[in-house]
Ligand binder design. Structure first.
Ligand SMILES: Nc1ncnc2c1ncn2[C@@H]1O[C@H](COP(=O)(O)OP(=O)(O)O)[C@@H](O)[C@H]1O
Ligand SMILES: [Mg+2]
Length: 392
């Protein structure tokens, strides 16, 4: 069918033609943010899940909705190897500039700007990756001690006060939060916690890989009182059907039941894969309705495509030892697997392969769903590993 009209949108963070199955979570987020904005008690959300389940697009959607309701949002994305202060400082500056636009400068805002200046000045040396020019002078004793815990608490409180002064909330939308080192994550949670206790309208909505859950818990035990942890998972059958059929239907194209069954089974209902299968099924089909055979032919193309790009990209970041470890996991199936079983397959001791396993965790390739277990963070990765490394 006409590829020009193909509605499907595979890609990291690419908004889908239909955001299926997430209404309830969006509603929960909206309620929490509106309550926080009006100084009422609520827990904000932390979205966690595997690669390609739709955390980023959901986070962005929650942010756009919140903005439409007048919340001042700040988007940060944690890359590997970047300090939290270096990420936060420019983002908070943007938020303050936005608040300033709401009306003429008020006292709280000026103070928040000064807190930011103090924060940057005091921590610049410690975190060498901070570059931010500010046109205000710091206020002595405000967020300028050089200790991240104290300074971040001061800064977050000052920004929260500026938001309260304007009758709004400042919300940090943080993606890939699992990459923030645990000590810095602890400082952030602590700062948000004390702002929360002071009923200041500032909070964070975060997203990250499953390891974020453990990291936040370890970083600060009261993270659970501050945040509701929401697992973002594959779509159930009816949502997967909607994600696939509705965008096509808007173009006057139908999927046969057989085609839907093939796509759901092959993609496992994972949003990213649904987009890939939807796109290829559309392209190989000669006419509507898209048949089961079309979907089966599309499967070959999708896998070839994924093997050459989505999976391959991740594979290429691995050292030979890491590849061997992942291959041993793949031999055992999709997982999760006992770490002991993986080590056994390698003919090594668990302790001997622990450094490789840890390196894979910090690269975001695998995680530990429960103590002693190991699982892939990318769905269908086991099949890929067996295709790219046919023998162990
Ligand atoms: N609820 C959904 N329904 C349909 N497609 C979705 C949904 N959520 C995400 N997608 C699609 O899945 C892909 C991956 O989304 P993304 O947000 O980047 O995932 P993650 O951040 O979890 O890795 C994108 O192509 C997006 O369009
Ligand atoms: Mg993402």
């Amino acid at each position: 069918m006409d590829a020009r009209l193909n509605p499907f949108a595979p890609g990291a963070g690419t908004p889908p033609p239909e955001l299926a199955g997430r209404d309830e979570i969006m509603e929960r987020a909206a309620i929490a943010l509106d309550r926080i904005r009006s100084g009422r008690a609520a827990r904000s959300l932390v979205l966690y899940g595997l690669r390609g389940v739709g955390k980023t697009v959901l986070l962005n959607r929650i942010r756009l909705d919140a903005e439409a309701r007048g919340v001042a949002s700040v988007r940060i994305e944690a890359p590997e190897e970047r300090s939290l202060p270096a990420l936060l400082a420019p983002a908070l500056r943007t938020a303050l500039i936005r608040l300033r636009r709401l009306d003429a400068a008020k006292e709280g805002l000026t103070r928040a700007m000064k807190a930011l200046a103090g924060f940057v000045g005091a921590l610049k040396l410690k975190y060498g990756d901070m570059e931010l020019g500010l046109d205000v002078d710091a206020e002595h004793g405000l967020a300028d001690s050089g200790d991240l815990d104290t300074d971040l608490s001061d800064l977050i409180a000052a920004v929260g006060e500026a938001a309260a002064e304007r009758g709004t909330a400042v919300v940090l939308f943080a993606d890939e939060l699992q990459y923030v080192p645990e000590d810095q994550l602890a400082s952030l949670i602590m700062a948000l916690h004390s702002a929360n206790q002071a009923q200041l309208p500032i909070t964070m909505v975060a997203a990250g890989l499953p390891q974020l859950l453990g990291a936040m818990g370890r970083a600060k035990s009261y993270a659970e009182r501050l945040f509701e942890f929401v697992l973002i998972d594959r779509l159930d059958e009816s949502a997967a059907r909607t994600a696939l059929c509705l965008p096509a239907l808007r173009e006057g194209v139908e999927f046969s039941d057989d085609a839907v069954a093939v796509v759901c089974e092959q993609s496992g209902g994972y949003p990213y894969f649904l987009q890939e299968w939807g796109k290829q099924s559309w392209n190989v089909a000669a006419a509507s309705p898209i048949s089961g055979d079309d979907a089966r032919r599309a499967t070959e193309e999708v896998l070839a495509d994924l093997d050459a790009s989505f999976f391959r990209l991740r594979f290429d970041r691995l050292t030979p030892a890491e590849k061997t470890y992942m291959r041993a996991m793949a031999e055992l199936g999709p997982g999760p697997h006992r770490s002991g079983d993986v080590a056994d397959r390698l003919g090594r001791k668990v302790t001997a392969v622990a450094p490789v396993r840890n390196a894979l965790i910090s690269k975001g390739m695998i995680y530990s769903p429960a103590h002693g277990d190991t699982a892939f963070t990318v769905p269908l990765f086991d099949g890929f590993m067996r295709r790219i490394m046919p023998t162990t």
